[in-house]
Write a protein that binds this ligand. Structure first.
Ligand code: NAI
Length: 331
């Protein structure tokens, strides 16, 4: 099948080409993201393969449909950037990668927590300048502290397991509690307890209308003073302006994010030579207790290999008329 691959980076090409040896599709790579302006590039391709910041809203999907596209294959887990109802109405199927390496994302969340707590980012910069002063680098022992996991699905549970390994008291919140989370040593708690007792909050739920700005001025005002906030899920879970306020007041002791509300158009690009027109991100990056990574939590060899294999296998299923193992329904 002819597949138009949008937002294609070198690692996408390398791993998709390798995975395609077993599938035999015709892959056409485009570096640009899919949006209203670029959708014409997909004309004549039965499938498009997109990533987290490509836009598949109703207008783009209509244009895709007119161009003959019948399948949108997301090479990621989240699908908040696709209008599923519009896709269904147009008869366009949507598949995603349900399960690749929850370890990749959970381990990155743990790395961010460790880094922001122990100020690794500051120490790294200092020692490159032979500045071995320890002033301002004090963190806290994680062992014995309370870590809250919001969203105890696949990634949240791996993160919880890592935190249990550190000797933390792991509490969780999920709309659909899972006995597996409790089996690995976690305990479900309500919002009040999480706010009052969590030394660290890590977000692992999907972005939906319900979870949009789940971290806001009100929830932050109830957080334990000095708590750390980690977000490797989706930027829209956090009201970034409110978080900046909480960092300024000291209510939040630190923030480490792999995702950002306005990341589309910024992340996955080298913007080091220009002035970025985003004063919120600029402010965040100036704070000494903030770490930003550019949506790289998924980026391990194991995860990217599985993502590419699963994505192309889904296209093969679609082409051969088989049931779609990884279909996302309109709900
Ligand atoms: P999952 O579907 O296994 O788990 C999500 C959990 O969130 C489920 O247990 C679900 O019940 C829960 N949930 C749903 N609505 C909720 C609500 N209103 N409040 C509390 N919990 C709620 O998904 P998985 O694989 O663990 O991924 C989680 C998220 O991680 C994805 O949605 C995606 O946004 C993000 N992600 C980020 C990556 C990165 O590179 N930074 C890579 C992969 C995923």
């Amino acid at each position: 099948m002819e597949i138009a691959v949008f937002s294609a980076k070198s690692y996408d090409r390398q791993h998709l080409d390798a995975a395609n040896a077993a599938e035999g599709h015709q892959l056409k790579y485009f570096e640009v993201p899919l949006d209203n302006e670029t959708v014409g590039l997909a004309a004549g391709h039965g499938a498009v393969c997109i990533f987290v910041n490509d836009r598949a809203d109703a207008t783009v999907l209509e244009a895709l449909g007119r161009g003959g596209t019948k399948l949108v294959a997301l090479r990621c887990t989240g699908f908040n950037n696709v209008d599923l109802k519009a896709a269904q109405a147009l008869g366009i199927k949507v598949v995603r990668v349900v399960d690749y390496s929850p370890n990749a994302v959970a381990e990155h969340a743990a790395a961010l927590l460790m880094a922001v707590n122990r100020k690794i980012h500051r120490a790294y910069n200092r020692t490159r300048d032979f500045n071995f002063s320890l002033e301002g680098l004090m963190g806290f022992d994680l062992c014995g502290k309370t870590v809250a996991v919001i969203g105890t699905g696949k990634i949240g549970r791996v993160f919880a397991k890592i935190m249990v390994g550190f000797g933390c008291n792991v509490i969780g919140y999920d709309k659909y509690p899972s006995p597996e989370f409790e089996a690995l040593g976690g305990r479900y708690a309500d919002e009040g307890e999480i706010g009052a007792s969590a030394d660290c909050i890590s977000l692992h739920c999907p972005l939906t209308p319900e979870t949009h700005h789940i971290i806001n001025a009100e929830t932050l005002s109830r957080a334990k003073p000095g708590a750390l906030l980690i977000n490797t899920s989706r930027g829209g879970l956090i009201d970034t302006e409110a978080v900046i306020g909480a960092l300024r007041s000291g209510q939040l002791g630190g923030l480490a994010i792999d995702v950002y509300e306005q990341e589309a158009g910024l992340f996955f690009r080298d913007l080091s030579g220009i002035i970025v027109d985003d004063s919120v991100l600029q402010q965040l990056i100036t704070f000494p207790n903030v770490i930003v990574t550019g949506h790289q939590a998924f980026l391990t060899r194991e995860a990217v290999t599985t993502i590419c294999e699963t994505t192309l296998r889904s296209v093969t299923e679609f082409e051969s008329g088989k049931p779609l193992t990884n279909e996302v329904g309109a709900g």
